[in-house]
Design a binder for this molecule. Structure first.
Ligand code: CP
Length: 353
């Protein structure tokens, strides 16, 4: 069966199909109200969430299905030391599809390797968040009318911001897209994400200034500094207020520019911006539910379920992954595998040979 672990698991044709399906669902709610009758979604959230978990649950309910799951690791047997793979094998006996969020990078891939039902990665540490990207794509498509020939500013925590990594992987596949990477030095894109841009030959510039390229942007994608991913509170304090978008900073922006944010926001966008018609971040949350509805319908379609899994593979590696947040460093008997780029297949960190 097919899983969604990384946005690259979906072709551009499939992304376009999902957008069209989400639009059809939005326009014809009744047509889809019973399409998931008798089906169950397990939402397994080992890490906090508002939008992703509740929009997945709302999506399944609106399609006629049912939901089960947990919203924190402490209320699951993970608290007793159960590994992710065992939890997933068990829950596969209770549900038709699983959406899971976990603080460790590569957790969703390790789960999919042992799962009997489709796995949707609802966020694995600072690595990926492909269904947020689906929400982002529908938002950009609705607001800008296209996904190509766009200049996209990515601002804030580009190091730990998993939504940024997934958005880059999606947008590089559309013609004429370029990026402005706006972050402090400490929060620049991780090497594997920068490699994605370089290998794709996509134009990008790096700046510390939120205002420098404002007038050229079609999309400004703001992100929260991810306090929970820092190794010390002092490191977080140094960069936590690095960018705050205010109405004054938007004076030079195009009237057609759109501001996106995966949310939650802390203080990186002033609430004074919320009523600006360019602020699309609350509309983005509704689009997230529509795209999750489309994804559930798609992954549980008979012809898609019968397709083979497309799991990342690699050669065995005789050593440890140097990323302490990699699932391989936190669960027993999970072998480290190295891909053709010399990176750990779970977290994509470079493995030092
Ligand atoms: N955008 C997002 O993932 O929000 P939650 O953490 O609330 O799910």
């Amino acid at each position: 069966m097919r899983h969604l672990l990384d946005v690259c698991d979906l072709s551009v044709k499939e992304l376009d199909e999902l957008i069209a399906l989400a639009e059809d669902i939005a326009a014809n709610k009744q047509k889809y109200a019973h399409i998931m009758d008798g089906k169950k979604l397990a939402a397994l959230f080992f890490e906090p969430s508002t939008r992703t978990r509740l929009s997945f649950e709302a999506a399944m309910l609106e399609l006629g299905g049912q939901t089960l799951g947990f919203s924190e690791a402490s209320s699951s047997s993970a608290a007793k030391g159960e590994c992710v793979r065992d939890t997933i094998r068990v829950v596969g006996g209770y549900a038709d599809i699983i959406a899971m969020r976990h603080p460790l990078e590569g957790a969703a891939l390790s789960a999919a390797m042992k799962s009997y039902v489709p796995i949707i990665n609802a966020g694995d540490g600072g690595h990926c968040h492909p269904t947020q990207t689906l929400a982002d794509l529908l938002t950009i498509h609705r607001e800008e009318g296209r996904l190509d020939h766009l200049k996209i500013g990515l601002c804030g925590d580009l190091l730990y911001g998993r939504t940024v990594h997934s958005l880059i992987n999606a947008m590089i596949r559309y013609e004429g897209v370029s990026f402005v990477l706006i972050s402090p030095r400490e929060l620049e894109l991780p090497p594997y994400a920068l490699d994605v841009l370089k290998r794709a030959g996509v134009n990008y510039v790096v700046t510390r200034s939120l205002e420098e390229f404002m007038s050229e942007l079609d999309v400004l994608y703001m992100t929260r500094v991810q306090r929970e991913r820092f190794s010390s509170i002092e490191e977080y304090e140094k960069v936590k207020d690095c960018y705050i978008l205010t109405p004054e900073k938007l004076l030079s922006a195009k009237p057609t520019m759109r501001i996106l944010h995966p949310l939650p926001r802390v203080n990186e966008i002033s609430q004074l911006v919320d009523d600006d018609k360019r602020a699309a971040y609350f509309r983005q949350t509704v689009n997230g539910k529509l795209m999750r509805m489309a994804l559930l319908v798609y992954l549980l379609r008979d012809d898609v379920r019968s397709q083979p899994a497309r799991l990342a593979s690699g050669k065995s590696y005789d050593g440890k992954c140097q990323n302490p947040k990699c699932i391989t460093n936190n669960e027993r008997e999970l072998p480290v595998l190295v891909n053709e780029q010399g990176r750990c297949i779970y977290c994509e960190h470079e493995l030092k040979m």
